[in-house]
Design a protein around this ligand. Sequence first.
Ligand code: SF4
Length: 345
Amino acid sequence: MLSLLDFTLPELQQFLEAHSIKKFRAKQIFHYVYKQNITVWEDMVQLPKQDRQKLQNLLEIYIPPIVSRLDSANGETVKLLVQLADGQTVETVLMRHNYGNSICLSSQVGCAVNCLFCASAKNGFVRNLTMGEMQAQLLAFRRYVTTDLHSVVLMGTGEPLLNYDNVLRFLRTIHEAYSFYLGYRNMTISTAGIVPQIYKLAQEGIPVNLAVSLHASNHELRRKIMPIADTYAWEDIVRAAFHYFAVTGRKVTFEYILIRDLTCTPACAEELAARMAHKNVLINAIPINDNYDVGLRRPTLREMQAFVKILKKHHISVTLRREMGSEIQAACGQLRIQREAVDRK
Ligand code: SF4
């Protein structure tokens, strides 16, 4: 059955007319779903009974149930593993900031990019998520956790720019007044650096934030932890990111993972600072959690602070990411991997 959440307003109006239902009902339906959290056709009492019965057999409104939920001890992070209609599961995380709640969504089931440090990639790429499945993650939070939503970050499982059309459709739709009505400035796409798609995104006329997972101070180092580096060179990714900034005016964030004796060294900090000199960038430094399976270790606090200090000395804006939810394994993909291991037993 078709999913209501995959429809835009004009598409739903057309669909209703094709099934002899007045097109103005489309706005009423979306009002129920997106503004009132009513997702059962029978409860949409403004619609005539025969329309409700007809729609019941035509469109489903699937809010994914929770498979598991982890709350951080300080209450700042809630991580859900939710089940999609075909039985696949995806992770989605709520982070409470002082400026409001941010939801980190998945855009794919699994991921083909295969970063060495990422649990999401372990079992490979499964499939893209539809626009409706991304909206459903937001609705799941609204139903189970909170109705207060400030921003959306596509930084969960998957590479959003490899699911380009669905992701763009999703962002445009949640910007609409009938849907979540979020400003583009409250949306962030995180990418491992799919260069052609960054140039394409710059032309879309939607000024969303871009976070580029750079994770290394040069190409050779990046190749050790991100196989995608064989396709797109460090220099080309950085050039594309600055192009994005020039066209959209949105500041570019470079995500940089801190790995002991690999990316978090004084030499790396000096190199990164030199290559970013006089550029309007923000480096978001993220300490890795120890991952003994692949031999990656977390730096000491002193090492991380030394790294940050060198960048600051060279006037590079840098933040050391607050480690929201590390104790609930907020690193992407870990909950899903655990669940699959349990299911296999
Ligand atoms: S870090 Fe992101 S891009 Fe890399 S494998 Fe994980 S989900 Fe994919």
